[in-house]
Design a protein. Sequence first.
Length: 229
Amino acid sequence: MKKPGEVFEDASVYDPGIEAIVPRYDELHDAILNSPPNDRNDPVNVLELGAGTGELTTKLLTRFPKSTVFAVDHSEQMLDEAERKLETFGDRATLDCGAFPDDYPAAEDEYDLVVSSLAVHHLDVTQKQTLFDAIYESLTPGGWFINGDVIRFDAPHLETLSGEMIENWVRSKGWQEEDFMDEWQASDDYDDPSTLTDQLVWLRETGFESVTSIWQYYNFAVYGGKKPE
Ligand SMILES: C[S@@+](CC[C@H](N)C(=O)[O-])C[C@H]1O[C@@H](n2cnc3c(N)ncnc32)[C@H](O)[C@@H]1O
C-alpha cells in the first residue's frame, strides 16, 4: 500500500511522472530556492521535509555549494531513489526515514533554512499547525521556512478551474488524465490541502514574521516566513 505522497506505485517513475502531472514543477522549485536571503556561498544548514526522490535536494545543494541538507521522508522507496541521486554530494546530504510532524523537526535553533515541496498538504490542519510550531523552534533566529505546495481555494469555481488547468497540462504532455493515472499507477488519495490564507495566518500565529506568498500558479503556491532575529 502506498504511503501519503508517494503518488506512484513505483518510485522509479516519479521523476518523469511528476513533471507530467504537476504544472510548472521546476518553476515551483526555482521559486523555493530563489526565496531565502542566503548568499550562494553561505554555509547554509538546511532541513528538507518530504524530500522524495531528492529532486529539490539536488537543486538546493547545487545552488548553495557550501550548504548541507538533512532530508527526511517516510517512504523508503523514495529515499532509495534519492540516495542514488545524492551520492555525488557526499556527506553534504543526509537522508533519514521518518514522518513529520511526529519525528521532525526535533532540533532547536539548528537550521538556517527549512524547505519543503509538495509534501505538507498531506497533513491535516492540526498536523500542519503542529509542524509549523516545530519548524519555528528548529530555525535559528533570522532563518526562513519556505514551502512550495498544493493549496485549496475557498471557492468551488476556482477549484474546478484548477482541475481543468491540470487536465490541460496532462493533455499537453500527450495524455488523457485518466489514462495517465491508470498506466502510471498514480493517485494521491491522501491530499488534504489548506487555503493559502489559512496557512499564512497559522505562520503568523506561530511567530513568523515577513510572512508572505511568493509565487502562485492556480492551486500551487510557494509561501513562507522568517523567524525573528
Ligand atoms: C509528492 S512527493 C514530493 C517530493 C519532492 N519534495 C518533490 O518536490 O518532488 C511528497 C513526498 O513527501 C513524503 N511525505 C508525505 N507526507 C509525509 C510525512 N508526514 N512525513 C514524511 N514524509 C512525507 C512522501 O513520501 C513523498 O516522498
